[in-house]
Structures are given as structure tokens and as C-alpha cells.
Design a protein around this ligand. Structure first.
Ligand code: AMP
Ligand code: MG
Length: 348
């Protein structure tokens, strides 16, 4: 009797088990061949800007990338009293998380390579202008003269993971943090098997792989004279960082004069050299971010010289007269330019 009773249910259960096994197999094959291409988008505020991560596939990877960026913000913010950078600035010497120490060391190398156009010890001056606190003001000449000796990336010491600053000096990683964060987020997504994502960290764009249909990502270079949301040109890129620095991104006006947030470390004053924006295109977000700030500080002629000498990246320069100039490597990436304007191609 018992044997008979168990036989019947078994006969009906077997096809169900086969079906379950077949479905599990199908799911495994589906995941392995990367067929999970569902779009997931997260928009959030971090590092003082609005970020949007759009990821195809990867399950919850987009959430993990967001968490990673928020974690980095907590470590790198110059204003958050609990951040490593704030604590270093307060104490003058601090053992940093190994990854942060590597970032500081890499950023210092980029300061040297750009001959101090990028200088991550700019914070005492940036703070005096009020750009990070929102309490913007024009410092006096004497005040700037007293702060400028503190701006000297060459005086920062690193021993192991411990960074030591000269008396009164302070770091500001604002010129490199978003690019670095985009590299970290892209690395995490790749680890999780993502092959297609577009990460927009407030104008710092990282195009991971290509679009799900295999075509290149299209990344717009903002029109520095537009109201926002308009582009001077559009580039087709894959596995590239596209990072723009420009005075139009943050500024204040006093007595009819506009003061912009990128400071010339040589003078302590906002850059005003005829450049409206610089966009750097290269494989590494950190380098693109560092160079976009540095080349904006250098001005058009010196920036072009720098590109000719160093290479390893491409650039878009938009001048205050509205003219657009692109380095030769971008000619093949140019998807469109606004107003039918043909950019000048800069050759080596
Ligand atoms: P970015 O938008 O990447 O060009 O970075 C600009 C931010 O970097 C500013 O808001 C400042 O916090 C900081 N900064 C300004 N001037 C410099 C400079 N010459 N070198 C390094 N950081 C700077
Ligand atoms: Mg930058």
C-alpha cells in the first residue's frame, strides 16, 4: 500500500523536477552568457553634484557602485569633519587608508607632471574664496599673499600610508576625486560582469564598454555658454573617461565681476585666460579629471604644447570666443557638433 501511495506522487513530481532543473540550467546559461541586459539607473547626490549611473545587467551592481561612491565621498570630502582628508588637514599628519594614500600619491605625481597647474594643496586659497563652503567672497591681496606660500604640493611628505603636511597646508582632492571615483565604480562593475554602463558623475563621464546593442556610447560635451543640457559636440566612445572642467560650472559674481572656481596656483586668483572649458578623453578617469583642471589652468597655448609633449589623451578646447578645437585623435569620434560648426583639428 505504502509503496503504491508513494509511486503516484512520484510520477507527477518527476516532470516538475525536470522542469525546475531545466529552468535553473536556463537561468545559469542566461547569466553566464551575459544575457541579463536589463537597464538599472540610480540618480543620487554625492561629491557636491548630481550623479546618474546607468548599468545594463549586473543584478544589484548599480547599487553597489552607488554605495562605493558614497563611501569614497565620506573619505575624500574636504568639508566633512569625519573624512580622512579633513582629519589630515586638521592634524597635519595622518595614516590614511591605503587606497587613499595611493590616490594622494598619484595626484601629487600629476601635480608634478603638470608643473603645478594642478596643485592639490590649493585648499587654503579655495577656502578663502569660499568656493567649498558656499560663503563666497573676494579675499584681499594681502590675504592671498599670506596664503600662497602654503600652496606647494612638493612639500607634502608620504611615508608608507602616512601623509604629512607642512604647518598650515591643506589638501583639496576636488579636482581629482570624481574621476577617481568613476574608475573605482567602473572596476567594481567590471568585476561583477557588467560590460555596458554609462556613469555620469556630474560631468565626469565614464563610458564602460559599449551600448548593449554594441554601438559606441555618445557623450555630449556641454556648451559652456548654454543654459544647461545643451552640447557643443557629441563624441562616440567606448571604455573611455570624458571629463570637462570649466569656469561656467561654479562661479559667483560680485560688483559685476565673475569669479570662477578653478584657481591659478601661481596667483591664488580664479583662472581667466580665454578658455571656457577643457574636456579630456582618456582611459583613466583620475587622469582625465586631473588633466582637465590642469590644462584649464594652463590656458590654450600651453595646454596644446602639453598635449604635444606628453600625449596619452585627447582634448576638446572651447574658447571664450566660441571656437572649438579638438586634438586629432578625436576626429574619428566626432558624432556631431552644434550649430554646424566644424571644430579645428589640432595636429601633433
Ligand atoms: P574640477 O572641476 O575637476 O576642474 O576641479 C575644480 C575643483 O578643484 C575646485 O572646485 C577646487 O576645489 C579645486 N581646485 C581649484 N583650482 C585647483 C587647482 N589649480 N589645482 C587643484 N585643485 C584645484
Ligand atoms: Mg578635475
Amino acid at each position: 500500500m505504502n509503496a503504491k501511495r508513494t509511486e503516484k506522487p512520484n510520477r507527477t513530481a518527476r516532470p516538475l523536477r525536470y522542469l525546475a532543473a531545466a529552468l535553473a540550467l536556463l537561468f545559469a546559461v542566461f547569466s553566464l552568457c551575459g544575457c541579463d541586459t536589463a537597464e538599472k539607473t540610480e540618480t543620487f547626490t554625492a561629491m557636491d553634484t548630481v550623479m546618474t549611473l546607468t548599468v545594463y545587467g549586473g543584478g544589484s551592481a548599480v547599487k553597489d557602485a552607488e554605495a562605493l561612491i558614497l563611501e569614497l565621498e565620506k573619505k575624500l570630502s574636504v568639508t566633512d569633519e569625519n573624512s580622512e582628508i579633513h582629519r589630515l588637514n586638521e592634524s597635519g599628519s595622518l595614516e590614511l587608508d591605503p587606497d587613499t594614500a595611493v590616490l594622494v600619491s598619484r595626484a601629487l605625481s600629476l601635480c608634478a607632471e603638470t608643473d603645478g597647474a594642478l596643485d592639490i594643496t590649493i585648499y587654503p586659497v579655495v577656502r578663502a574664496w569660499g568656493f567649498t563652503t558656499g560663503d563666497c567672497r573676494v579675499p584681499t591681496g594681502e590675504e592671498l599673499a599670506s596664503l600662497l606660500p602654503l600652496v606647494d604640493f612638493g612639500a607634502v611628505r608620504i611615508s608608507g600610508n602616512t601623509v604629512t603636511l607642512p604647518e598650515g597646508a591643506m589638501l583639496d582632492l576636488g579636482a581629482v576625486a570624481k574621476g577617481y571615483a568613476s574608475d573605482c565604480a567602473a572596476a567594481l562593475l567590471r568585476e561583477k560582469g557588467v560590460e555596458s554602463a554609462i556613469l555620469n558623475l556630474g560631468g565626469n563621464v565614464y563610458a564602460l564598454g559599449s551600448k548593449p546593442d554594441g554601438s559606441a556610447w555618445r557623450v555630449g560635451v556641454a556648451d559652456p555658454f548654454g543654459e544647461g543640457g545643451t552640447y557643443s559636440l557629441v563624441l562616440s566612445v567606448t571604455d573611455m573617461a570624458v571629463v570637462t572642467s570649466g569656469g561656467y560650472q561654479r562661479f559667483f559674481e560680485q560688483d559685476g565681476v565673475i569669479y570662477r572656481h578653478i584657481i591659478d596656483p601661481a596667483t591664488g586668483r580664479p583662472v581667466d585666460n580665454g578658455l571656457a572649458s577643457v574636456t579630456i578623453v582618456c582611459e583613466e578617469g583620475l587622469k582625465a579629471d586631473a588633466l582637465s583642471t590642469a590644462l584649464y589652468v594652463m590656458g590654450y597655448e600651453k595646454a596644446v604644447e602639453y598635449w604635444k609633449k606628453h600625449g596619452g589623451f585627447d582634448a576638446v578646447f572651447i574658447l571664450n570666443d566660441g571656437s572649438i578645437h579638438i586634438t586629432e585623435g578625436l576626429e574619428s569620434c566626432l558624432a556631431s557638433a552644434s550649430g554646424g560648426q566644424t571644430p579645428e583639428i589640432i595636429k601633433k
